[in-house]
Design a protein around this ligand. Sequence first.
Ligand code: NAD
Ligand code: 6OD
Length: 487
Amino acid sequence: MSSTALLPLYINGKFVEGTARFDNISPVNGQLICQVSEASAEQVAAAAQAAEAALHGEWGRLSQPARSALLHKVADGIEARFEEFVAAEVADTGRPVHLARTLDVPRAIANFRTFADLAATAVSESCETPQADGGVLFNYTVRKPLGVVAVISPWNLPLLLLTWKLGPALAMGNTVVCKPSEETPSSATLLARVMDEVGIPPGVFNLVHGFGPGSAGEYLTRQPQISAVSFTGESRTGSAIMKAVADGVKEVSFELGGKNAAVVFADADFDAAVAGVARSSFFNTGQVCLCSERVYVERPIFDRFVAALKQRAEALQIGYPQEENVDLGPLVSHKHREKVLSYFALAREEGARVVTGGEVPHFGDARDQGAYVRPTIWTGLSDNARCVREEVFGPVCHIAPFDHEDEVLQRVNDSPYGLACALWTTRLDRAHRLARRIHTGIVWVNTWYARDLRTPFGGSKLSGMGREGGRYSLDFYSDISNVCIKL
Ligand SMILES: NC(=O)c1ccc[n+]([C@@H]2O[C@H](COP(=O)([O-])OP(=O)(O)OC[C@H]3O[C@@H](n4cnc5c(N)ncnc54)[C@H](O)[C@@H]3O)[C@@H](O)[C@H]2O)c1
Ligand SMILES: N/C(=C\C=C\C=O)C(=O)O
């Protein structure tokens, strides 16, 4: 993309420029990728008004099969532009090309197809209530659109997480105003082109770019037409959004931060556990809410595990996105790297032993102007250390030994977050027993980030509110009514 290009907004079926603009900078080499339109408060309001009007137009009259068929066309449109979406995601995030090709873009396609089909095949509940007079009440459930949904998404899996919300929101007949992260505007803008080409009616899908507080994100949460906010991002942002929509009592679905644990028992398949924890700690340069930043290893194998994970971490290839065997790209921005480096410094202050990493790699080429860090492993910190309790959101984990099942369960649950946990053990009786006692929304056993889109996804405590996935998404993105008929 030319550095003089300007990414537009998409409001009521038209591509328009914002009243201001901001730079989109490559995290690979610090170069300007393009400029991005920043939506004004008036433009965000226009998008919300267009979305409300569209509910009462052609879109509101479409049957469920017709709506689902249109969403399959959106998926077809993404497929037709597959490499363009890969390029957009790679440009903004610096991720390996092979990761965008195997995760981000395929999941965007799956998100639309899965929820188009789930909505088209969903059945509703009914029940009969005998009456004292011999009559019967016949009850049945109806799912109606919520209305206008604000979709606010983060930068770590930009297209995947935007479409994870868009798929069900549109499938259930809502209209949307989307505000992707200021760090990753490109793939959302390309999606607007697909929506336009497919013929999604004007106002059904709207895209506004900008920042959070005092910008498009905050403006969007304060629009009276919004019926619900589906947000993924930091926990403190979730709190701010909750305050913004409180007066209007708007529904919210929050997928927030995490400080997830991996627990490796001595009976685990050792090589599988090492490979699994290397993936769960360093995947996407540690920029996944589900990553394991806390690792607990049963004492008999602790030293051997630390040495093996160190070897794995040091073998990871840090490089340009298009390199065949690249494992890690940069962090998403210099600003985010400053946050991660601040935790690298804090860990030393808190007394960590830096097993590997903890610094910026030197390449001797353009990547030195990027936002790279080395994959990092700490040991030796107490459970109360900030680096063990606070989300870093980078390629880093702290490994601690444990001796007993009840001890490690207490330590895993001793967190203000409750998103995910990965257990590595061949004792499946123990895995089942622990899984129901771990306070997270997701527990993986001998795997990590394996996803079935029909399952509930979300976290407890500071990790979120509500569940999305399968029927949970159909329910969240619906206004559910009971109809009761006296027969
Ligand atoms: N639970 C999950 O499924 C999940 C998934 C991905 C990321 N995350 C979390 O997201 C965070 C990283 O993403 P991020 O840095 O983009 O998060 P962030 O909260 O800084 O920003 C997320 C989005 O919210 C917008 N925003 C910020 N402040 C806002 C406000 N006051 N009102 C309205 N919108 C606002 C941003 O512009 C962006 O589009 C990490 O904490 C990570 O754990 C969670
Ligand atoms: N919501 C999902 C992933 C979240 C990743 C967090 O960074 C998903 O896979 O559907």
